[in-house]
Design a protein around this ligand. Structure first.
Ligand SMILES: Nc1ncnc2c1ncn2[C@@H]1O[C@H](COP(=O)(O)OP(=O)(O)OP(=O)(O)O)[C@@H](O)[C@H]1O
Ligand SMILES: N[C@@H](CCO)C(=O)O
Length: 331
């Protein structure tokens, strides 16, 4: 379930009256999601999504709104928050911060096909091109500093082999990154798994759930995406999905030499980031709500596969369709 705060029709009707979105005709709680309360709202004019923020640091919400507005203005396919007649997006409803979004068409791809991988790679490449110019700042809350500060909390729950694996990995990342040049920076989605996208057939309806959004190494975001979108069930990389996604991404934003060198390490670091965050949910900080946690073992498997096989060679960038405008190019 993902309605932690129920809402009555009258509350929502009165909330909607500040916006130019029409009159409420239907309100439905959305069962998916783990962190926030989500509702599908239908009016006599359009389909909307209403999100109530249940947890997390609410002072971060203006950053997310500014980032989404920025990406929306630059025609990156995201659901940008709807602003009211006075230009305000962030409101309060039932004592919770609330945002209203357009409802995007489509569904989350469970087994993405190559067209969907290309569409996502292209969108992420465009997102990273424009996000380098985003003026906001929010340090990456799940970077190496976080790994280093948190990993010892789960060691007691691991086998001696896994303890050594985790410790060796974090120490290895520290050594390698302390000697590395700064990588290209920009705003990141921070959690761009398949279930944070909506596809209408092969067309990307849009990217949602930017509440892990932050600023930092663009390569970190790309590695999260490859580990989720282009991994087979045994943890190994799937060459076809990898090449489709990365080929489209690289056509929008080529990696520099430092990024190419750190790519295998970043795939490992982001695999460990999810192994650790999932272990923390299971053993250290279980959610207040009765939800099935994501399986940490899946990311341990991915980490082991990246250690054993390294990264795949990077594909040749896909040719960019010159008929298709790039966001930001018009500026
Ligand atoms: N703009 C949108 N258009 C269509 N559907 C949406 C939109 N935003 C959210 N949803 C639907 O609502 C569900 C929950 O949304 P969201 O992912 O933001 O919630 P959450 O509680 O933050 O979830 P989690 O962090 O576990 O992914 C999504 O899986 C999706 O099905
Ligand atoms: N995408 C995360 C959960 C939401 O933060 C995971 O798969 O562990």
């Amino acid at each position: 379930m993902a309605v932690f705060t129920p809402l009555a029709d009258a509350q929502v009707a009165s909330f909607l009256s500040r916006f130019d979105v029409g009159e409420l005709t239907e309100l439905k709680g959305v069962p998916a999601g783990t962190e926030n309360s989500t509702f599908f709202v239908t009016t006599d004019q359009r389909e909307l999504v209403l999100t109530l923020f249940e947890q997390g640091e609410h002072e971060e919400l203006p950053f997310f709104v500014e980032l989404l507005d920025f990406l929306d203005e630059h025609r990156v396919p995201v659901a940008g928050p709807i602003h009211d007649r006075e230009g305000i997006a962030l409101h309060e409803l039932a004592g919770r911060p609330a945002l209203l979004f357009p409802r995007l068409p489509g569904a989350h791809p469970k087994a993405p096909n190559l067209e969907q991988c290309r569409a996502l790679g292209d969108a992420l490449g465009r997102l990273h091109r424009v996000s380098q110019h985003f003026p906001g700042q929010r340090p990456n809350p799940r970077d190496l500093h976080w790994l280093n500060a948190m990993y010892h909390k789960v060691l007691a729950f691991l086998s001696p082999e896994d303890q050594a694996l985790m410790q060796d990995e974090v120490e290895g990342y520290q050594t390698a990154l302390s000697e590395a040049a700064e990588l290209p920076q920009g705003a990141l989605h921070g959690d761009l798994f398949r279930d944070n996208t909506l596809f209408d057939g092969d067309r990307l309806g849009g990217i949602i759930d930017f509440y892990n959004g932050c600023t930092g190494d663009l390569l970190f975001d790309l590695a999260i995406v490859i580990n989720d979108w282009a991994t087979d069930s045994d943890g190994s990389l799937n060459r076809d999905r990898h090449d489709a996604l990365l080929g489209a991404y690289l056509a929008q934003r080529p990696l520099n030499a430092d990024e190419r060198e750190l790519w295998p390490l970043m795939l490992r670091l982001t695999a460990l980031r999810y192994w650790l965050s999932r272990l923390l949910v299971v053993y250290v900080d279980p959610p207040a709500h009765d939800l099935t946690p994501h399986d940490p073992e899946q990311f341990r498997r991915i980490l082991l596969a990246r250690i054993e096989h390294g990264a795949l060679s990077l594909p040749v960038p896909a040719l960019h369709d010159p008929g298709r405008p790039n966001p930001g190019d018009a500026e």
